[in-house]
Design a protein around this ligand. Structure first.
Ligand code: GAL
Length: 714
C-alpha cells in the first residue's frame, strides 16, 4: 500500500466514531489493508485469540491499496437482548463466496448460511470448516471474529422497520404466487449477520483490488499459507484399520517392489490398545512397533497415525487430564479442554515423547467435527451444553475444536523444526498456516471436486480421498481428482488389498482379484507418476501460498475477476501459476471445459484452445486432465517413487508458446522451517531469444533441481 494513502486511512480510521443511534463503534486499521470494527465486549474465546501467527505485513504492503466499495458509516451494528446484528451494504452486481468448505452451494449470494461444524455437510451451512468469513467479487472479505453459530443472510432487501421503506407503486395487483412473493420494498440490498448471545463483536474487513487479493490478504494476515514438507505432496496410502505390523510392512514392500510411488503409510484405529475413544498406546498387533517404524523408514516411508482427541481411561495421561476436560464424555473418553494451555501441554507432551520422537511423521485427526447421529453406538461430538473448566462453552468449543487440536499437535513439530502434514476433519478461521488438509466420509465425487475450490476461499486445503469404487470408470475418475489435489490420499481403511486389486469392498476383503487388476495397477502406477512429476511445480505453488497468500488450488474466479462466466464454475480449478484442472466423474467420458481469456494447451495432447469459449472435450483415462495457459513454463520432473531429504529432481522445462511468463522454482531442504529464516533458493526459469535461462538466487546450499532439458511447444 502506498504510504501516503495508508497514513491517511490510518488517521481517519483510528478515531473512535459514534454513529447516530447506534452503539459505540471503534474502527482501527490493524494491519495493511485490514480494518477491524469492534463494538461492545466481544466473546473472550474468539477464533483470533488462538492465532499465534503474526500478520505478514511486508507481503501485505505489496497488495493494492483499494478501499472498501462501501462507506463504513453505512455498516449497521446493533446490540439487543438477542445478541448482535450487523448489516453490510451489498451492490447489485457482487457475488459472494466462502463460509468455509461449503458443499452443495458455491455462489452464496441470495442464500441464508449458517456455518456450523458437522460431519454431515448440508446446503444450509453444516460443514467440516465453519468459517464466519466470506469474500466478494467487489474485492473485499468480511470475517466475524466469533466462535458462535452465526447466520448470514447473503443479500436481502429485508430491512429494519425504522428505515421507513419506500413501497413501489403497483400498476395492477397480480395474483401468481411469484408476483405476490416479490418484495416491493426498495430498500437497498445488504448482508445481515446475526450473532446470537454476544455482548459485542469484532468484524475484520480484508481489502483487495479483487476477490483474489482479499483472500491473499486474509491468508497473509493469518501468517501466510501452509508449507507442506516435500514428501507431503507425494501419495499417502492408509492401510486397513485392523492390520498388524507385518501386514503394514508387507504393504510397504508391495509399493516398492511394484514400483508404485508412495511416500506415506497411514495406520488406522487398530494401532491403539483402545480406540473409540483412544489410548494412544501401541496394541498387541504391533509388538515391535519401533522395529516397524525403522523398517518403514528403511523403505523410505513416513508413518502417519490415526487418532481422535477423545481420551480413553487406558491412556497413560488420562488422570492428568481429568480435571481439564469437558463435562460430557465422548465414547467414554475425556474431551480435552485445549483452550487451557496446561491441558494442551499434557496432550502434546505425551505425543511428543512417545510418538513424534520415535519417528511418527504426522497424524490423522479424526472426528474433531460433530455428528447428527444420536444413537448410542455411533454418536460423537459432545453436546453444545458441555461446559469446560476454561469457561469456553460447548458451542464455541465445537466450532474451534479441530483447529485447536491440530494446533496442539502441529506445535510439537514446529518446536522440533520439522515440517508435517496432517489430515483433519474440522477447521475454522485463521488456520491458513496450519499444515493440515481436510477430508470427509461423504464420498460424493462432484462435491469432492468442488470442495477443492470452496476450501480455498478461506485458506483451507482439501483432500478428495480415493477408496472403493462402483466401476473401473468411477475408480479412474476419482483417482484423477485425488491426484490433482493438495494432498493425494488412498484411504483403504476398510480394504485388505489395494483398491485396484479389487474395486468391490466385499470381494476385496475376500481376496478375489479383479479381472482387470493388473491393467489397473499399470494405470495407477502411471497416474501416480504423473503426480510425482508435478511435485516441484506444486511445491512452488505452495511457496506462493506461504509468501503471497495465493491459494495453490483455487477456482477460476480468482484469476479471472472480470469474466462473469467463471463465477459459477466449481468443477474446474487452477493449480499453481498456469495449470487448469478439469476433472470429470464416472458419468461421462467427455465434459464441457471453459477456457478463460488467453490461449490454452491441452497438457497431454498439446491441442490448442482459444479462451473465452467452452469446448466439449474427451477426458483421457491414462492421463491427468490438465490444461496450460499459453506463454507458461512448466517444470516437469522425472517421477521418483518417493521424496526424501536427498532427492534431486531431474527437470524438463516445458515451454508452452513463447514462454513469456517466467516460472520460479522454490528450492530448500523440504523438511525444516529454515526457509522462514531465508534458507531457500529461487530458481528462475525464463526464455530469451528462444533459449531457456536458469538463474539460481539465494542462500540454500543444496541442489534440489537439476534442469536437464527444455522442451519448446509451439
Ligand atoms: C472414520 C474416518 C475414516 C477412517 C475410520 C476408521 O471416521 O473418516 O477415514 O479413519 O474412521 O475407523
Amino acid at each position: 500500500m502506498k504510504t501516503k494513502n495508508y497514513l491517511l486511512l490510518f488517521a481517519v480510521l483510528l478515531t473512535t466514531v459514534v454513529f447516530a443511534q447506534q452503539p459505540k463503534i471503534k474502527i482501527q486499521t490493524i494491519a495493511p489493508g485490514v480494518i477491524k470494527l469492534s463494538m461492545g465486549t466481544p466473546d473472550k474465546y474468539s477464533p483470533y485469540t488462538f492465532c499465534s501467527e503474526k500478520p505478514r505485513e511486508e507481503a501485505m504492503q505489496q497488495l493494492s491499496d483499494k478501499s472498501l466499495p462501501f462507506d463504513l458509516k453505512d455498516v449497521v451494528v446493533q446490540k439487543n437482548s438477542r445478541g448482535v446484528q450487523i448489516r453490510i451494504p451489498l451492490n447489485e452486481e457482487e457475488q459472494l463466496y466462502g463460509f468455509g468448505m461449503q458443499i452443495g452451494t458455491f455462489e452464496q449470494r441470495g442464500l441464508r448460511k449458517r456455518p456450523i461444524v458437522n460431519d454431515n455437510p448440508s446446503n444450509i451451512g453444516y460443514t467440516h470448516a465453519p468459517q464466519p468469513f466470506y469474500v466478494s467479487t467487489a474485492g473485499y472479505g468480511v470475517l466475524v471474529n466469533t466462535s458462535r453459530y452465526v447466520t448470514f443472510l447473503c443479500g436481502t432487501n429485508q430491512d429494519l422497520s425504522q428505515q421507513k421503506p419506500v413501497i413501489k407503486e403497483q400498476e395492477k395487483l397480480k395474483f401468481s404466487t411469484q408476483d405476490l412473493y416479490a418484495n416491493q420494498s426498495q430498500s437497498k440490498m445488504s448482508m445481515w449477520i446475526d450473532v446470537p448471545s454476544a455482548e459485542g463483536v469484532e468484524v475484520f474487513f480484508f481489502l483487495g483490488e479483487t476477490l483474489r487479493e482479499s483472500v491473499q490478504r486474509y491468508n497473509l494476515f493469518s501468517g501466510g499459507g501452509a508449507m507442506p514438507p516435500l514428501w507431503g505432496l507425494g501419495v499417502k496410502y492408509r492401510v486397513k484399520g485392523d492390520f498388524n505390523q507385518d501386514e503394514v510392512l508387507k504393504m510397504g514392500s508391495y509399493f516398492r517392489e511394484h514400483q508404485i510411488p508412495c511416500d506415506v503409510l497411514g495406520l488406522e484405529p487398530g494401532w491403539h490398545t483402545k480406540a473409540y475413544s483412544c489410548s494412544y498406546v501401541w496394541s498387541d498387533k504391533f509388538p515391535r512397533s519401533q522395529e516397524m517404524i525403522e523398517g518403514l523408514k528403511g523403505m523410505n516411508f513416513k508413518v502417519n497415525l490415526w487418532e481422535h482427541a477423545y481420551v480413553n481411561p487406558a491412556a497413560p495421561f488420562y488422570k492428568d487430564l481429568e480435571k481439564m476436560a469437558g463435562s460430557f464424555l465422548v465414547w467414554n473418553g475425556l474431551v480435552p479442554d485445549f483452550v487451557n494451555p496446561k491441558a494442551a501441554a499434557i496432550f502434546a507432551d505425551y505425543h511428543e515423547k512417545n510418538l513424534v520422537d520415535k519417528g511418527i511423521a504426522s497424524f490423522k485427526l479424526d472426528e474433531c467435527d460433530n455428528s447428527n447421529i444420536m444413537d448410542a453406538k455411533s454418536t460423537w461430538g459432545f453436546p453444545d451444553m458441555t461446559t469446560f473448566p476454561s469457561g469456553i462453552d460447548g458451542e464455541q468449543m465445537h466450532q474451534l475444536f479441530g483447529s485447536l487440536y491440530a494446533r496442539t499437535l502441529a506445535h510439537i513439530y514446529k518446536k522440533k523444526n520439522q515440517r508435517t502434514y496432517f489430515d483433519y476433519r474440522s477447521s475454522n478461521v485463521f488456520t491458513s498456516s496450519l499444515p493440515a488438509v481436510l477430508y470427509s466420509d461423504i464420498y460424493g465425487h462432484n462435491d469432492y471436486i468442488s470442495m477443492i475450490s470452496t476450501a480455498s476461499f478461506g485458506g483451507l486445503l482439501w483432500s478428495p480421498e480415493l477408496r472403493d469404487a462402483a466401476s473401473e470408470l468411477d475408480f479412474i475418475r476419482r483417482m484423477q481428482t485425488m491426484l490433482m489435489a493438495p494432498q493425494a490420499v488412498v484411504n483403504s481403511w476398510y480394504l485388505k488389498n489395494v483398491p485396484w486389486f479389487q474395486l468391490n469392498r466385499e470381494l476385496n476383503n475376500a481376496d478375489v482379484k479383479h479381472v482387470n487388476a493388473d491393467k489397473l495397477e499399470e494405470l495407477v502406477r502411471n497416474l501416480f507418476r504423473e503426480r510425482m512429476s508435478l511435485i516441484p511445480y506444486i511445491y512452488s505453488a505452495f511457496a506462493d501460498y506461504y509468501d503471497k497468500g495465493l491459494p495453490p488450488f483455487r477456482p477460476l474466479i480468482m484469476d479471472n475477476p472480470k469474466d462473469k462466466r467463471v463465477r459459477s464454475i466449481a468443477n474446474q480449478f487452477m493449480i499453481g501459476q498456469s495449470m487448469m484442472a478439469a476433472p470429470t466423474t464416472k458419468d461421462s467420458t467427455t465434459r464441457v471445459v471453459y477456457f478463460p481469456e488467453g490461449n490454452w494447451y491441452d497438457y497431454n495432447s498439446l491441442k490448442q484452445y482459444i479462451g473465452g469459449k467452452s469446448y466439449m472435450i474427451e477426458i483421457p483415462m491414462d492421463k491427468l486432465p490438465l490444461f496450460v495457459k499459453e506463454g507458461s513454463i512448466v517444470p516437469v520432473a522425472t517421477p521418483l517413487n518417493f521424496v526424501d531429504e536427498h532427492s534431486v529432481f531431474e527437470i524438463t522445462c516445458k515451454v508452452f508458446g513463447n514462454g513469456s511468463t517466467p516460472f520460479t522454482l522454490f528450492e530448500d531442504d523440504g523438511v525444516t522451517y529454515d526457509f522462514q529464516q531465508g534458507g531457500f533458493n529461487k530458481v528462475v526459469l525464463s526464455v530469451a531469444n528462444g533459449k531457456g535461462i536458469v538463474e539460481r538466487k539465494g542462500s540454500f546450499k543444496g541442489i534440489r533441481y537439476n534442469i536437464k532439458d527444455w522442451n519448446f511447444i509451439k
